[in-house]
Design a protein around this ligand. Sequence first.
Ligand SMILES: [Zn+2]
Length: 127
Amino acid sequence: MSSNRGRDTGPELALRRELHARGLRYYVHRRPIQTLRRTADIVFPRLRLAVFVDGCFWHSCPQHKTQPKTNGAWWQAKLDRNAERDRETDLYLVTHGWATVRIWEHELPDRAADEVEAAVRLLGSTH
Ligand SMILES: [Zn+2]
């Protein structure tokens, strides 16, 4: 599935830059938990916070999801499976004591950073 997830995409880099500018320090492209066969885009290990920057097409953003006209059924099954995997990933992390934040690639970097920062502050106050 990693082929579906563009690495170091523009929106992800913009978010990382914004978080860094706010003094937040994190790891990138890391497995939050070794038993999870999936990496998160941004990870705060001490806070147990995993951030995913999801592409609008691959993760079926409600605002921008499109249906490819060719091989429609095949694509639909693939995109549905992606969305299912996202939910499975969130559930797995939450049941292991982690929090997740999902950002759509269309979100403005400073708004996305607000969401992440809010989670960092919240988790930081309870750890
Ligand atoms: Zn979108």
